[in-house]
Write a protein that binds this ligand. Structure first.
Ligand code: VGL
Ligand code: ZN
Length: 208
């Protein structure tokens, strides 16, 4: 592959953290199966970035904080918020990147969900678009034009990351073998793929 083309693409690994793997607090079914695929993929990218969901203990997306059950929805600061079990608490084992995920090639990690008042599914902005994580500026500085996305979960953080990446002007490719979804309501993952496709995200299976 010509070097020029190589330099302009990056791999973004979304939230491959213990709490999203089988046995974790917010386990994504078969979430662990993406790890060997992502480890192989990393070798093909000159730039690799990762995100970590990184919540304070009192995060507003935690159901028990509102006396509710995970899966319910409430309004937080005027926005509809899904409620989750306590997950990815800063400094906890659940918040750590999966032990078997290759870390040596990750150039930079971006943290999201650090503000207790607002959730952040996207790697670029919080759900209210109040604050940027700095990812756009970082990728632009590196001359990245094409962003390939893998990770967890397809119907939340992967989807919102892909949609924001488009709005930030990147060409966006989701690699389906490297993603798994929660499918809280069956069909959510399929709907997420449909929404992404409609918005202009390309799907790039490993064979492509
Ligand atoms: C995620 C729900 C809550 C994700 C993060 O990484 O997709 N989902 N926090
Ligand atoms: Zn979260």
């Amino acid at each position: 592959m010509p070097k020029e083309r190589n330099l302009k693409k990056a791999l973004l690994i979304v939230d491959v953290q213990n709490d999203f793997l089988p046995g974790g607090a917010l386990a994504v079914p078969d979430g662990d199966q993406v790890i060997p695929i992502i480890n192989d993929l990393q070798k093909e990218f000159p730039l690799v970035v990762a995100t970590e969901d990184c919540h304070p203990e009192n995060h507003s997306s935690f159901a028990h904080f509102h006396g509710k059950k995970p899966g319910e929805k409430i309004e937080v600061e005027g926005e509809l918020q899904e409620l989750w079990p306590v997950h990815c608490v800063q400094g906890s084992w659940g918040a750590e990147l999966a032990p078997s995920l290759e870390k040596g090639r990750i150039d930079q990690v971006f943290y999201k969900g650090t503000d207790a008042r607002v959730d952040s599914y996207s790697a670029f902005f919080d759900n209210q678009r109040l604050r940027s994580t700095g990812l756009t500026a970082y990728l632009r500085e590196k001359g990245i034009e094409k962003l390939y996305i893998v990770g967890l979960a397809t119907d939340y953080c992967v989807k919102f990351t892909a949609l924001d990446a488009l709005s930030e002007g990147f060409s966006v490719y989701v690699i389906p073998e490297g993603c798994r979804g929660i499918d809280l309501a069956p069909g959510d993952v399929e709907k997420a793929y449909f929404e992404m496709e409609k918005a202009g995200v390309c799907f790039c299976p490993l064979s492509c």
